[in-house]
Design a protein around this ligand. Sequence first.
Ligand SMILES: [Zn+2]
Length: 296
Amino acid sequence: MKTTKKTNLFLTALALGMLFSCNNEDNPVVTSENAAIQQPSLLNKECSFVDNNWSSTANLYTSLPNSGSTTGSSLIVSQNSSVASFWGRSAPTFRFVRDLSNSSSTFNAISYSNGKIYFGEAIFKWAYLRDSSNLINVMILAHEYGHQLQYAFGLPSVRENTARPNELEADGFAGYYLRRGYGKSTFASIATGYDAAFAIGDNQTTSPGHHGTPAQRRSAVRLGFLLADPTNSKLSASSFDSNFFYYYSGVLNGTYRQALPESYNREIDSLIRLHADELRRIASGEMSDEEYYNLD
Ligand SMILES: [Zn+2]
């Protein structure tokens, strides 16, 4: 299904230029590539508020230099293999994008339908400054990898006029991975991750690039986390999709169809139903920050 090949941009060009000062350029590990950066195709540009293309002065790198504002890029490179392996697949090509003359232009991460993930240095720094364990960067990567799963398996199974189902499902894949693959057993331990997703949610609900409101992004991460409950068997990407949308339908006012998930599981079902009202209150914004942060 060609029309399923949508691009998915997790994050967008916020005006955060002041965060991005000079850093150490002397690290010999950092190598740039001469190959031109692949720009997103029309199909890859779902976000009207993500600006379009990488800048003409940007370049690709296999790692970032360690400095006060950029540490641990090797973790993200290794996680690129780990998250793919978790879903039973080989790793996509992964590159950082740097622009030494316009550093804030790389506040973005893009997943391409031909098996590449490009991760901007500016968004990496922004996430690192919010959480120096790089949990947010792992979550961004897991979200982008979720788009690789969508490309590979023709997901999401639900379509709307905007990118919302693609983006919320990618958030769900990320929540699933953080618990089940990255070993974060408590919801509180991924707080910085879902807070970052909340921070860049949008309320442009009719824009083609709409990613889901901040509250809906919270509930998507929460649903992914619940589906990853370790007492249940691990889901494949396709069975994750059918479960995700089966349970999400109630959250989004019944706009999604209600086909039984192909991997219907009684234990998962009773667990999610226990949390159905909770999910609805998260997605509607009724739940307070405090209650959300203290969920089990
Ligand atoms: Zn995305």
